[in-house]
Design a protein around this ligand. Structure first.
Ligand code: IPD
Ligand code: CA
Ligand code: CA
Length: 263
């Protein structure tokens, strides 16, 4: 894709993301929460409205672009073909509902299966992270540098402890410097992207949880793979790690030894 066209799409999406600053406060004021598959699986009017507004934005400005997103059926979409946006309208909905902090909006733009633009908007802290294919990654317009190597014994690592065996959790904690988990796949990944965490593991992400991370990883020399150290399919997702290259293999060796992890 031509740089001018990419810049035009980028400018338009950033302008759309900026409109959220005026919209989200009133949506939160009237927050309505409901459950999906179980009592921990939450969705709110904030998630639904943001997704609906982005769908309207695409229909108006880029009618040939398709939306593959969490709060809709995607059965009619082939994510590998044409212009496709993968969206998590709110990643970290539990944090939104329980703490009104540590949630984000994830957007990944793919052209014929290749990631070309990515955004993670940390709205509560007004930090917009973006990656452009071939042009690096930025936070609020300032370049993000490739993280320094972090060996496992010096690294903070994050994962959802509910889905990893106790023995493996202890091995991960013993092998690393420490454990932290924010509870938003996008924001836990951002910590790795900025060189604060060594790795983030999610044993059951969906395409919208990890759509943006592919481009940040490739632009910043990070590792993003399955837990078997094979290539990840962006359209299917599944167990994944985003990691500083210096501790990737060591984390996977622990995860795949002993009783391993639960899917
Ligand atoms: C969830 C969060 C959470 C992760 C889950 C995701 P949601 O997304 O990213 O940190 O552990 O796997 O489903 O439901 O808040 O969009
Ligand atoms: Ca999510
Ligand atoms: Ca979500």
């Amino acid at each position: 894709m031509e740089k001018a066209q990419l810049n035009y799409i980028d400018d338009s999406v950033i302008a759309w993301l900026e409109t959220l600053d005026d919209i989200i406060p009133s949506l939160i004021k009237e927050m309505v929460t409901s459950t999906k598959q179980n009592r921990f699986d939450l969705v709110t009017n904030v998630d639904k409205s943001i997704q609906q507004k982005f769908e309207q934005f695409l229909a108006q400005h880029f009618p040939e672009h398709q939306l593959f997103a969490e709060e809709k059926s995607n059965v009619d979409i082939n994510a590998r073909q044409g212009h496709v946006w993968i969206m998590d309208p709110i990643d970290g909905t539990t944090n939104l509902v329980k703490q009104q902090e540590d949630y984000c909006i994830i957007l990944g733009y793919f052209v014929d299966g290749e990631p070309v633009l990515s955004y993670i908007y940390d709205y509560p802290h007004r930090k917009l992270y973006k990656a452009i294919k071939g042009y690096g990654a930025y936070v609020n317009g300032e370049p993000i540098l490739e993280p320094e190597p972090i060996d496992l014994q010096e690294a903070i690592i994050s994962f959802n402890s509910l889905v990893i065996n106790d023995e493996t959790i202890h091995d991960l904690q013993d092998g690393s410097f420490g454990y932290r988990c924010i509870g938003s796949c996008g924001l836990d990944s951002i910590r790795v992207i900025k060189g604060q965490f060594g790795a983030h593991i999610n044993t059951n992400p969906k395409p919208w949880d990890i759509a943006a991370q592919f481009l940040f990883s490739s632009e910043l020399g990070l590792k993003m793979t399955t837990l078997d150290n094979t290539a990840l399919d962006f359209a299917k997702a599944g167990p994944f790690i985003i990691s500083n290259p210096a501790c990737h293999e060591a984390v996977l060796a622990i995860l795949n030894s002993g009783k391993g992890y639960k899917k």
